[in-house]
Design a protein around this ligand. Structure first.
Ligand SMILES: NC(=O)C1=CN([C@@H]2O[C@H](COP(=O)(O)OP(=O)(O)OC[C@H]3O[C@@H](n4cnc5c(N)ncnc54)[C@H](OP(=O)(O)O)[C@@H]3O)[C@@H](O)[C@H]2O)C=CC1
Ligand SMILES: CC(C)(CO)C(=O)C(=O)O
Length: 296
């Protein structure tokens, strides 16, 4: 099948590499220089010290022709991509963003088959044509438009669960995204302002109290009831990614914009309806926004 991947950053390069084994990929870059580089040098994947090069087609024209598009831009670039997608003839579009900032835009895209996904891999773009697969996980996907539950294109993506690049279908997109948001809304901002790796949040007796207090606010805003299981889940992610710096912490260290608006910013918007106090969420949101201003 022909697949277009929009955004040639860490995830765009990772997905291009794995999907090009069975599909014809066009990777839509933001810059012509990057497309030229990929078309000339190929895409280089590094995993466990092994380097593998594949040739794929990269394109900076934004002339999306494929029946299946996978959007791998950051949340803060989603609005411009959605404006372009809106004008296309109907097709299947898979969004892989962290956070929930893209949700308000989706009601305008219902002529398309919208699929939402969360990514549990770690990927790092080392340069414009090189990506490192830093952690093997899975991709979970769920239908956003309920009436499109039979989507033969998406079914073609499904792969062996034992493989390095499995794709798992979930029933409920809201539950799937909420579970990931709980992780990103707790671990990411706290590690960023405390300047610690993920594991320290549960190893330090004081930090774990902050993590728990923030967690309680987050699940209340999202109206989630399975508190014990989710708390176990957050602590487990801290354990399994103990040596990692969260993506937000890395963004701050590198002077990049973060996805805080679509993570804690989204929760602050949701909380206006619940009347629940959210002091930790509010504090962390403004702390990260303030650091971003400083980085500017
Ligand atoms: N990396 C990871 O391990 C994981 C990432 N995610 C999520 O996936 C999403 C993408 O993250 P990631 O890949 O790390 O981000 P990156 O910043 O590495 O990549 C985003 C890419 O999108 C490009 N881009 C921006 N606007 C456009 C546009 N209009 N058209 C085409 N390309 C565009 C950027 O171009 P330019 O290079 O010019 O800036 C950049 O190459 C985020 O929501 C993130 O939270 C989720 C789980 C894991
Ligand atoms: C799971 C976690 C917290 C791993 O670092 C992550 O998704 C991120 O850093 O954005």
């Amino acid at each position: 099948m022909d697949i277009g991947i929009i955004g040639a950053g860490s995830l765009g390069l990772l997905y291009s590499y794995y999907l090009c084994k069975n599909h014809t990929i066009t990777l839509y870059t933001n810059r012509k220089a990057q497309a030229d580089q990929i078309n000339t040098n190929g895409l280089l994947m590094i995993k466990d010290g092994i380097h593998t090069r594949v040739m794929i087609n990269a394109d900076s024209t934004r002339n999306y022709k494929e029946e299946l598009l996978i959007v791998t831009v950051k949340q803060y670039d989603i609005a411009s991509v959605i404006a372009e997608i809106n004008n296309l003839s109907p097709r299947t579009i898979l969004f892989l963003q962290n956070g929930m900032g893209h949700l308000p835009y989706l009601s305008a895209l219902l002529k398309h088959h919208i699929i939402l996904g969360i990514v549990e891999h770690g990927a790092l773009r080392l340069d414009d044509h090189t990506v490192q697969h830093t952690g093997v996980g899975t991709t979970k996907i769920a239908y956003y438009n309920r009436d499109n539950s039979q989507n033969t294109l998406i079914e073609q993506l499904e792969t062996n669960r034992q493989s390095l690049f499995s794709i798992e279908m979930k029933d409920d997109w809201r539950e799937m995204l909420a579970e990931k948001l709980v992780v990103n809304a707790t671990i990411n901002p706290l590690t960023s302002i405390l300047r610690v790796r993920n594991g320290e949040l549960i190893e330090n007796d004081h930090f774990i109290k902050l993590l728990k207090a923030l967690f309680i606010e987050v699940i209340q805003v999202l109206g989630l009831s399975n508190k014990e299981l989710l708390w176990e889940h957050v602590q487990n992610i801290c354990k399994t990614t103990a040596q990692n710096q969260s993506s937000m912490y890395k963004d701050i260290q590198n002077g990049h914009q973060t996805e805080i608006d679509s993570i804690l910013g989204y929760l602050i918007q949701q909380a206006t309806n619940t009347q629940k106090p959210i002091p930790h969420i509010t504090f962390l949101y403004h702390a990260i926004k303030g650091i971003e201003v400083g980085n500017d």
